[in-house]
Every structure is written in structure tokens, then in C-alpha cells.
Design a protein around this ligand. Structure first.
Ligand code: URA
Length: 427
């Protein structure tokens, strides 16, 4: 077997054997196959998409290109929760301690934010003292003791995916469903949990814009998951407007804490409960446990135990009051009265990124203090000159420029509009 034969097969639309995909993944991980040949294969695979059995074989090959964490000796039920990424998506900060307080064991390997999509690691690192540089083995031991752990993606997990993903980024081949599915699921397999709640985001603030695109991805994730031994429950959720009230790292930690403290009236709190119910059902547990854990304080208690276990200084943290805060806070008034028809997630995400809450390039540093509060949602009534956004900025000029851009993402209607549901479809 050699790489030229594999390239020619993909180019001509012939079926790959499992061994060929293993050869490719091994060669990508070790560097034995050069980037130009990997890039050629990626473009051929983009134009001639892999079949379901080929996607399953590639998923396993990518997972086996590195280490797979063995969580089988941790208490059941084990669960992983993954989001395809969006604007203001802090759901994991609530769900991890909430589900752990209901008896679920979670080891979550998370990424950092890139572009308008925030990352759970960046958000939680705004807590003073908190560390996410646990090794997979340390994360596992922590989960054995307290039911949960969050750490960064270790380079020895699915290393071939790391190489292919970086090449896809620069060869216009990110958007292929079989390539996305094998990339996501190979990392889930390496992470060791047998079941995954998969939040597939859909809308302007996500990389799947239409319901049809999101459904195609969700269905493929479940089908390939079943082939590789993962129970995947996909839920398609709205990312046309930002999720919840805040976009920005410390701001989002604050909002997550409100839910953990039992403040359950917001759209974001209801969304957390909807996802928690599905996660608990996937684990064979009673869906009603989640609301009880939030109301009784046991979810908050578990969150504080978790933060302390990962190095947070709880005296400085003071239940969120010690989080870093921006020096300039400016309210943005509504330009007219009306009902909100659209708060564009992409626009808000871009503004938050430019304020410093996100990264344009992988090496950029983020500012945990800055971001945007979105004070209205689709369906709300607003009055002229009442605040619709609150900008948290590092300087006055940053705040002024954010204010102008944010208003471009707001559409008002003279007639009443309907609120958007958060859960769109469960294929
Ligand atoms: N996330 C991943 O991990 N891989 C993809 O290809 C797309 C999103």
C-alpha cells in the first residue's frame, strides 16, 4: 500500500479499505505522509464524500492514532457533553456540576475559543487561580473523587485529527460532513466516555447555518457514533441569536452561576434544564433530578467543590463577585421602539471578539473582563432609548466602536414578533 494509490482511489471515487484509512491516519500522526499529499486527499474526500462505513473506519483510525483514555473503572453512568460551538454558549459550565450532582460522572476535554466561537476553557479560566492544565490521568482521578473534571485536549489524543484539522482550515475543506463527523467523534472516542450528548448549533453564530445542514450533521453523528460504539444523542439548538444574556468570558461565568444558584426564570436557565433532562435520560436517570438539584443548592455546592479542586481560590472568587471586571461599561440605547425581530449572533460574536473576548488567531490572548450583555431577545418589546445592549470594554474607544456595530445586528419590527425556541429539532 502507498499514499499515491490511496490518493488515486479517492480521486476516482473508489471505496477505501479500513487498512488504507489507518495508513493515512498513522502517516498524518507520525509526519511520514507530507502535508501536500494529505491536503490532496482532503480535497478529494471533500469532492467525493466518504460513505458511512468509510467515515466510521476513518473515525476509528483517527482515534487509534493516539492514546484512548480508559474510563471504564469510573462509576457509571459516564457521559460526555459536546457543543459544535456558538456565541455565548456557556452551557457546559452549568451542566457539568449539575449532572455530577445528579450522579453522572463526566471527564470533559475541551477546546479554546477561535473566531466568534467561545471555548469553555477560556471562560472558566477567568475564575481566579483556576487551572485547566490537568493531564488526562489527573482529570480521571479528580472525576473519581468528585464526579467531574475539565481539562484541555491533550496532544496525544487523536493526533492525526490535529494534523488533518489544521490542514482543512487552510484548504477550504472544513465543511465536509464525513470529515467533521470523524474529527468530532474520534476525539470523543479518545476521551473514553461511551455516550455523548451532542449539541449541534444552528444559525448565523454557528458553522451550520440552516436547519437542513444541521440535521444532516446531527443524523450523521448519531449513525457513525453507533458504528464505532458511541451512543450519541444529537440535539439541534438555536444559534441565530446569542445564547443567554452574556457573551464574554467572566460575564458568562457570572451568568452560569446565576443558574447554579437556582435563578431559573431566564431563557438560558430553561435551555440548561432542557439539555440536562436529555442528558439524564441518556444516562437512564430521572430527568426531574436536574431542577431539584438547582433548587436545593446541591448543583451550586458541586460547582464550588469542582472549582476548588481545579485550583480556584474560593475566598477571592466569592461566588462570582471576585471575577475580573472591565473598566468601561456602557449601555447601548434602542434607536426606536418596537418588537425585536433579530439579534444577530454573528454580529454580537464579532463585536465580542474585537473587544478582546475571543481570538482571531490561535496565538491571540483573550481579555477575560470584556464582552457584551444582550438585554433583549427575539420577541421582546423595546422602547426607544431604553438599553438593548451593555458593552464591557477595556477602553472608551473600544466601547464606542462596539456600540455602533452592535446596532447593525438588531432588527426591530412594528408588529409583535414570536420568541425563538432554543431547542429546534431532535432528529
Ligand atoms: N469541530 C471539530 O472538532 N472538528 C471539525 O471538523 C469541526 C468542528
Amino acid at each position: 500500500m502507498n499514499i499515491l494509490e490511496i490518493l488515486a482511489k479517492r480521486r476516482d471515487g473508489e471505496v477505501h479499505q479500513t487498512e488504507e484509512l489507518r495508513f493515512l491516519a498513522r502517516g498524518a500522526a507520525t509526519g511520514e505522509i507530507p502535508d501536500y499529499q494529505l491536503a490532496a486527499w482532503l480535497m478529494a474526500a471533500y469532492l467525493r464524500p466518504l460513505s458511512l462505513p468509510e467515515t466510521a473506519a476513518l473515525t476509528l483510525a483517527l482515534a487509534d492514532s493516539g492514546r484512548r483514555i480508559d474510563l471504564s473503572d469510573l462509576p457509571e453512568p459516564l457521559l460526555d457533553k459536546h457543543s459544535t460551538g456558538g456565541v455565548g454558549d456557556k452551557t457546559s459550565l452549568v451542566l457539568l456540576p449539575l449532572l455530577a450532582s445528579c450522579g453522572v460522572t463526566i471527564v470533559k476535554l475541551s477546546g479554546r475559543g477561535l473566531g466568534i466561537t467561545g471555548g469553555t476553557l477560556d471562560k472558566i479560566e477567568s475564575v481566579p487561580g483556576l487551572r485547566t492544565d490537568l493531564t488526562p490521568d489527573q482529570a480521571k482521578e479528580q472525576a473519581r473523587k468528585i464526579g467531574l473534571a475539565l481539562c484541555g485536549q491533550s496532544p496525544d489524543l487523536a493526533p492525526a485529527d490535529g494534523v488533518l484539522y489544521a490542514l482543512r482550515d487552510v484548504t477550504a475543506t472544513v465543511g465536509s460532513v464525513p470529515l467533521i463527523v470523524s474529527s468530532i467523534l474520534s476525539k470523543k472516542l479518545a476521551g473514553g466516555s461511551p455516550r455523548v450528548l451532542l449539541d449541534v448549533k444552528c444559525g448565523s453564530g454557528a458553522f451550520r447555518h440552516s436547519l437542513q445542514e444541521a440535521t444532516e450533521l446531527a443524523v450523521a453523528l448519531r449513525a457513525v457514533g453507533a458504528e464505532v460504539g458511541l451512543e450519541v444523542r444529537p440535539v439541534i439548538t438555536d444559534m441565530d441569536q446569542p445564547l443567554g444574556r452574556t457573551v464574554g468570558n467572566a460575564l458568562e461565568v457570572r451568568e452560569a452561576l446565576e443558574v447554579l444558584r437556582g435563578e431559573l426564570d431566564s431563557r438560558f436557565a430553561r435551555f440548561c434544564l432542557e439539555l440536562a433532562a436529555r442528558a439524564l435520560a441518556l444516562c437512564g436517570l430521572d430527568a426531574a433530578l436536574a431542577e431539584r438539584a438547582l433548587r436545593s443548592g446541591s448543583a451550586l455546592e458541586r460547582a464550588l467543590v469542582w472549582l476548588e479542586a481545579q485550583g480556584a481560590d474560593l475566598r477571592r472568587f466569592d461566588e462570582g463577585r471576585g471575577l475580573p471586571a472591565a473598566p468601561v461599561v456602557r449601555e447601548v440605547p434602542a434607536p426606536a421602539s418596537g418588537w425585536v425581530r433579530r439579534v444577530d449572533a454573528r454580529t454580537v460574536g464579532n463585536v465580542a471578539m474585537r473587544l478582546g473576548a475571543g481570538r482571531l488567531h490561535k496565538s491571540d490572548r483573550i481579555d477575560p473582563r470584556v464582552g457584551v450583555e444582550v438585554l433583549v431577545a427575539v420577541g421582546s418589546r423595546v422602547e426607544r432609548s431604553h438599553p438593548v445592549f451593555r458593552v464591557h470594554a477595556a477602553s472608551e474607544p473600544d466601547a464606542v466602536s462596539a456600540q455602533e456595530s452592535l446596532l447593525r445586528g438588531l432588527e426591530l419590527s412594528e408588529t409583535p414578533t414570536e420568541p425563538r425556541p432554543t431547542v429546534l429539532l431532535e432528529p
